[in-house]
Design a binder for this molecule. Structure first.
Ligand SMILES: [Zn+2]
Ligand SMILES: [Zn+2]
Length: 535
């Protein structure tokens, strides 16, 4: 094989990638793809003339740059710890389709580096066949989209690139395209593995989810909510609305084992709704969610807690696994430690545990759960003597997911399912209207309460699209639409207009936005009723 010089020609992509792999190995240089243009743009020329050439040559323009080319700008806090490897190295190689349009020709080869070439680094990073496998997403784009929210035109841009190869990516991008068309305020991130166009995670928050977390930022709940397929898991962030219901405010579909995931999710959530930064007081995570160390830097006013019941379950499981003798006693002590009313009580039970538990268990306990006791034991809790709603919210959320996600799923189908869940009919289906009716029965005259109960019952079947508009909330149904006032107390429908009592639309809009369904102020006062005709 020869050298890589100007004018060198390659007749297939395979020929070039084999040559380039060997050439890189010989010189111990690491190149990444800065940009690629497919030979045939499917958008402009849907599969014409030379299908075989499109397959063998694949690209009409390829630019490769040294791994150390470029500079990092606008790094988010998530990447702040990573040492910058970008030192503006000028080395690059460019190929273009030759004049006969049947081969790739080297049109630029700057082979000088501004750094020493390291065999150790080469051995660590070099992967054969990476070019061969390249799916056509240029790394300059994947590296830079990873750091910010996607703009709709970037989705089209990526879609154009991936049409050349990756069907799954194409479907995902078309879902996102649809999302931006119906909800321009949606916030989405696609994060690719650095310098390799492999998708690591998708962050997703619709406008509605963002407004929920802005209304109810005080306590947030996060857990791994579902397995999407063999490679990806779904993480969900919930808030709690005024009706005590857990509500989805962000999703992250992430490749298993991706580092700094929790920090990424929380930082992205704050970027999508910056007002919450100083308003979140507590974030409760599942016992399986580790890596919460730096979260308090992103949410400086928040405590991070781990769900106590899940910690106990994990401890009980471990005790069983290690076949601890006196398992019942160990369980009892653990239970007492978790629910200790003071640090002193905790310490007492801990010394009892040291006597009772086998060494292996004790070591596990001290390494895994003792040092972060402040995050899960009652005496250090954010709010003491209060049942934590974490498990209730998460199980309600998982029930909803079950109806929308049946693993294993492709990423596009997963995103579609998650977006479908963001619908009024899904929320009302789980409404316990009896509980609310009882509150009204206790507070107002029977005939009023009966009418309210009837409207609540009808709200349970509401199937509207809800849009926030300048004069309130617009509910579109099949062939009809109603406007509920911004204070969620009045409606444009005939029921409300004639009776001044809260109608199904008022309840549906309250449920959707998380405002209290029980609000005695919604009912006209007896005096107000007499005077209603004068209004
Ligand atoms: Zn270099
Ligand atoms: Zn109405």
């Amino acid at each position: 094989m020869g050298e890589l010089g100007l004018g060198r020609e390659f007749h297939t992509w395979h020929e070039f990638s084999c040559f380039f792999d060997e050439w890189c190995e010989r010189h111990k240089v690491l190149f990444i793809i800065a940009s690629l243009k497919p030979l045939v743009s499917l958008r402009r020329h849907p599969l014409h003339a030379q299908p075989s050439l499109a397959e063998t040559l694949r690209f009409r323009f390829v630019r490769l740059i040294c791994k150390h080319s470029g500079t990092y700008v606008g790094q988010s806090t998530v990447q702040r710890n990573r040492l910058s490897e970008k030192i503006d190295c000028p080395a690059s190689v460019t190929l273009r389709l030759g004049p006969k349009k049947d081969r790739l020709v080297v049109i630029e080869a700057s082979l000088e580096h501004n750094h020493r070439l390291s065999e150790v680094e080469f051995a660590h990073y070099f992967k054969r066949h990476q070019l061969e496998a390249s799916m056509g997403l240029p790394i300059r784009i994947t590296n830079s989209v990873s750091k910010r929210f996607l703009a709709p035109d970037l989705v089209w841009n990526l879609e154009d690139y991936s049409k050349a190869k990756d069907k799954g990516m194409c479907e995902l991008l078309s879902q996102l395209d649809g999302l931006f068309k119906s909800d321009p305020g949606a916030k989405v991130k696609l994060v690719f593995q650095e310098d390799v166009a492999v998708l690591n995670s998708i962050f997703l928050a619709t406008s509605h989810m963002r407004s929920l977390v802005q209304r109810f930022p005080r306590c947030l709940y996060m857990d791994r909510a579902a397995c999407v397929n063999g490679e990806f898991d779904l993480y969900s962030v919930l808030c709690e609305d005024a009706n005590g219901r857990g509500r989805e405010c962000a999703y992250c579909v992430a490749r298993r084992g991706v580092p700094d995931l929790v920090l990424f999710i929380v930082a992205s959530l704050v970027q999508s709704a910056p007002a919450i930064k100083l308003q979140v007081r507590c974030l409760t995570v599942g016992a399986g969610v580790t890596d919460v160390d730096a979260v308090e830097e992103v949410l400086p006013c928040a405590r991070v807690q781990i769900c106590r019941l899940q910690v106990l379950e994990a401890l009980y499981r471990k005790a069983r696994e290690l076949a601890a003798p006196k398992e019942d006693k160990v369980r009892n002590l653990l239970h007492n430690m978790a629910n200790a009313s003071s640090p002193r009580v905790y310490s007492q039970y801990l010394s009892d545990l040291e006597d009772a538990a086998p060494l292996a268990f004790l070591r596990y306990y001290l390494e895994t759960w003792h040092h972060n006791k402040g995050m899960w034991a009652e005496c250090w809790a954010f709010e003491r003597n209060r049942d934590c709603p974490f498990l209730e919210h998460m199980s309600f959320h998982r029930q909803k997911l079950c109806s929308a996600l049946g693993p294993p799923l492709g990423l596009a189908a997963c995103v579609r399912g998650l977006l479908d869940l963001q619908a009024l009919r899904v929320e009302v289906a789980a409404l316990n209207e009896e509980r609310v009716s009882d509150l009204y029965r206790a507070a107002c005259p029977p005939e009023s309460a009966a009418l309210v109960a009837e409207e609540l019952g009808l709200a349970k079947h509401a199937d509207y699209r809800v849009d926030e508009v300048p004069d309130g909330f617009l509910l579109h149904g099949a062939g009809c639409s109603f406007v509920v006032s911004p204070d969620l107390a009045a409606c444009s429908c005939s029921i409300y207009v004639s009776s001044r009592r809260p109608c199904r639309h008022v309840f549906a809009a309250r449920l959707w936005t998380g405002q209290p369904l029980y609000d005695p102020g919604l009912l006209p006062s007896p005096r107000g009723l007499e005077g209603q005709d004068t209004s």
